[in-house]
Design a protein around this ligand. Structure first.
Ligand code: SF4
Length: 352
């Protein structure tokens, strides 16, 4: 159980660790040592920090802790995907996922940015939870550090695609991106922020001029379908949204990723593939088609069906008329509820 009287240092950036150790009357170089133990050697206790004197280690053990989050549950998929449920200091839960790929050396972590989500996409288990609160930058980063400590593996890529809408928690997400770059050592080009289409957040992220990939969860090219499945569309309509993506590209030079979940009979119609191709024709982007996984529904989430392979391929061929690279994304961890919100929902149900 997290003790609020003993602040956690994992997830803090170097300035924050420096301020903390100075508060204990220790010199600044101690902060650099602790920072290195946490971010380079994945230390989980002060006892491991052997280049600190015994007195300093004892002082830190008395006044601080290393990890902020506590692992509440872990599931490992047949394909190697690891799904974590973490307990936050206030007892709330968030999920993170670690994905490896047999054809690549990359190891990707999918991080949550909020507890629950206010956007309410109708196919999403997290939307069903409703919004609870934003995560701090430290809570975002410590998900990654807990994953690295638990798995003993170094993560190469980060996607902000777990629970929550990152661009409704933009300042903490931006702060966490800088900690990823400066403390964890993950390059900007290996970081993806995924949004349901929050225009002020896209504009704010563009201002930073980072080399971070922006992924838009478009999911439907027409107003009627998108209003229905991604309700935030009523506030930030598609033409304005596409305008903000052009703006992001102009500010960063980074190609946008368009995410498109294929729901049978809802978003997989061939005229929608044509509309999608037309919509993104002038945008610098790639398109990821994500066939919906019907086994992933949780209690209370509207049930959709996955389109047939034939429909998926036909949709892809039409979408390719945009001149963009179009891929059908491989599902990960389908045997362990790896879509966001599912593990949390299952855990809640088990408690009842
Ligand atoms: S898909 Fe993302 S934005 Fe939509 S409800 Fe789920 S977590 Fe929120």
């Amino acid at each position: 159980m997290y003790d609020p009287a003993k602040p956690a240092l994992s997830g803090m950036n170097l300035d924050e660790i420096t301020a903390f150790v100075k508060g204990l009357g220790l010199p600044a170089f101690r902060a650099r040592q602790i920072h290195s133990w946490i971010y380079s050697k994945y230390a989980s206790s002060f006892a491991e920090m052997t280049d600190l004197s015994r007195e300093v280690r004892e002082l830190l053990e008395e006044k601080a802790s290393v990890a902020l989050l506590e692992l509440a549950h872990l599931e490992v998929s047949r394909d190697g995907t690891r799904k974590y449920l973490f307990r936050l200091p206030d007892g709330q839960m968030v999920e993170s996922v670690l994905m490896s790929f047999s054809d690549r050396s990359t190891l990707s972590a999918c991080l949550s940015s909020q507890v629950g989500c206010a956007v309410g996409c109708t196919f999403c288990a997290t939307g069903y939870l409703g919004f609870k609160r934003n995560l701090s930058s430290q809570e975002i980063i410590d998900q990654l550090m807990c994953i690295q400590r638990e798995s003993g593996q170094r993560v190469s890529n980060i996607v902000y695609m777990g629970q929550g809408e990152p661009l409704l928690n933009t300042e903490e997400v931006i702060k966490s991106i800088y900690t990823l770059m400066n403390s964890v050592g993950i390059g900007q080009r290996h970081i993806t922020v995924s949004t349901s289409g929050i225009i002020p957040g896209i504009e704010r992220l563009a201002e930073e001029q980072l080399q971070v990939t922006l992924a838009l969860s478009l999911h439907a090219p027409d107003k009627q379908s998108r209003d229905e499945i991604v309700p935030i569309n009523k506030k930030f309509p598609i033409p304005h949204l596409i305008g903000s993506l052009h703006q992001y590209y102009n500010a960063t030079g980074r190609r946008i990723t368009i995410e498109y979940v294929m729901l049978a009979g809802i978003t997989d119609r061939l005229e929608q593939a044509e509309e999608l191709a037309e919509l993104v024709r002038t945008l610098h982007c790639n398109i990821n088609l994500i066939p919906y996984n019907p086994t992933s529904t949780a209690d209370g989430v509207v049930v959709y069906e996955r389109p047939s392979r034939e429909v998926q391929e036909r949709f892809k061929r039409i979408a390719e008329r945009s001149g963009k690279t179009v891929t059908i994304r491989l599902e990960r961890g389908t045997d362990i509820n790896a879509a966001c919100g599912q593990l949390h929902n299952k855990h809640e149900a088990a408690k009842q």
